[in-house]
Design a binder for this molecule. Structure first.
Ligand SMILES: NC(=O)c1ccc[n+]([C@@H]2O[C@H](COP(=O)([O-])OP(=O)(O)OC[C@H]3O[C@@H](n4cnc5c(N)ncnc54)[C@H](O)[C@@H]3O)[C@@H](O)[C@H]2O)c1
Ligand SMILES: [Fe+2]
Length: 390
């Protein structure tokens, strides 16, 4: 159904291919920037990817002003405040995020702190709070999941409050996303599987949730198709560069879709599982996606049924039959990924404790993404889903 009104925005330049990384200094130059602060993490450094990035600066008129390589998984406001000081001390003029969602969102958070000249990121939590123009931000994703290279959101932990905070603004879109398969071939199997399911969850939720529109639908369907055709291949053989590049594009398209349509109950619960119990974002989504789809069945069977062919499911029978077949296809994909990579299929196996359910449910119903789910949920209803997924 055509919405009465919608907006769609994506100002990110996409550079995709197996020589894409070599364009980094050129892209900086185009943005008028010449001294980068690279934000990355220890896993990415150990995989040799920082060295690869450093090497492309040789012979260019751009330089690396500083490297912050201590990004924790699920970065916090405190980390962003600390890294912003390094940016200023070293006289950097742009940010390069090298990593998965944690490094990318840290870079977005640092950008807020340096551009707004504030001492604490927390002051900017929420929607459209940013007023100043941002510094140039170039993103080189090393996971294929969050889509943060093409979204308006940064998800950053408030360690004290044990919640994941969202910062959203059109100013948070990166300027350039560089998708290069050589930055992805080192990704371990389980992270490939979990982050790939995050990409799928973005696409499915973007397609099903209340703010869907025809343009984001197109990106969501492309993402689902690319995940279906390439995720198992990328897990089976990490060195499969075409599959890696396709998954990078799947994550990007999922990000573009949900940045405009938002997500729903699966992400509400996954954010809560991350904030309360430190379950990795992709793992939580992988486990919860079929249960969230099932929860929405009575409101959204027709829309979920439209996804059946793209998920490789049966398109015969009633709309409800087709929607159930789509959910079954998601379950089968997770099962296959679990066999190949050890991806947990149950919250229990991901380390959740039953006594954490009430806090997770309370956090989930207060998560902003819940507003976009086709069907409201109470604490009791979320606990019932968590029990099923346990
Ligand atoms: N801003 C958004 O649009 C958005 C959307 C969804 C999720 N998120 C956030 O993103 C974060 C999760 O990001 P993620 O799932 O990409 O994981 P991540 O960035 O936390 O990385 C997971 C692990 O994988 C390692 N790793 C990453 N790339 C590697 C590579 N190529 N080779 C070897 N090791 C590699 C890292 O070192 C890290 O230990 C969460 O905080 C989540 O809330 C943000
Ligand atoms: Fe996500």
């Amino acid at each position: 159904m055509m919405p009465n009104y919608y907006e769609f925005y994506c100002p990110v330049k996409i550079v995709s291919g197996n020589k894409a990384l070599s364009n980094l200094p050129y892209e900086m130059d185009q943005l008028g920037a010449h001294k980068a602060l690279i934000i990355t993490d220890q896993g990415v450094v150990a995989a040799g990817l920082l060295k690869t990035v450093q090497s492309v600066f040789a012979g260019s008129n751009c330089a690396i002003g500083a490297v912050f390589d201590q990004t924790p998984v699920d970065s916090s406001n405190l980390v962003c405040n600390q890294v912003a000081k390094i940016f200023n001390e070293k006289g950097c003029d742009c940010l390069v995020a090298l990593g998965g969602g944690s490094a990318i969102d840290t870079a977005k958070g640092v950008n807020i702190v340096v551009s707004e000249k504030t001492d604490d990121l927390l002051k900017y939590q929420g929607a459209e709070r940013i007023k100043e123009p941002m510094k140039p931000l170039i993103v080189i994703p090393t996971t294929s999941g969050t889509g943060s290279e093409a979204t308006l959101v940064a998800v950053i932990a408030n360690v004290e409050a044990k919640v994941k905070m969202s910062f959203t603004s059109n100013k948070l879109y990166p300027n350039v996303a560089i998708l290069d398969p050589k930055m992805l071939v080192t990704m371990p199997k389980k992270i490939t599987a979990a982050t790939g399911m995050d990409a799928l969850t973005h696409a499915v939720e973007a397609y099903v949730c209340l703010q869907k529109n025809p343009v984001s639908d197109a990106f969501a369907i492309t993402a689902i198709k690319l995940v279906r055709e390439n995720l198992v291949k990328a897990v089976e053989n990490g060195g499969d560069e075409p599959a890696r590049l396709a998954m990078a594009n799947a994550a990007l398209c999922g990000g573009i879709a949900f940045s405009n349509s938002l997500v729903g109950i699966v992400h509400s619960m996954a954010h809560a599982c991350g904030g309360v119990a430190h379950i990795p974002h992709g793992v939580a989504n992988a486990i919860l996606l079929p249960w969230g789809m099932e929860y929405n069945l009575d409101k959204s069977a027709e829309v979920i049924a439209e996804l059946a062919p793209w998920l490789g499911a049966s398109v015969s029978g009633s709309k409800m039959d087709q929607a159930k077949a789509a959910i079954q296809a998601v379950r089968e994909l997770s099962k296959k990924l679990s066999e190949l990579s050890g991806l947990p299929l149950k919250l229990k196996d991901a380390g959740l404790k039953e006594d954490q359910f009430p806090q997770i449910a309370k956090t989930a119903i207060n998560d902003g993404t819940m507003n976009y789910n086709p069907k409201d949920a109470t604490i009791e209803e979320v606990i019932a889903i968590l029990k099923k997924a346990y």
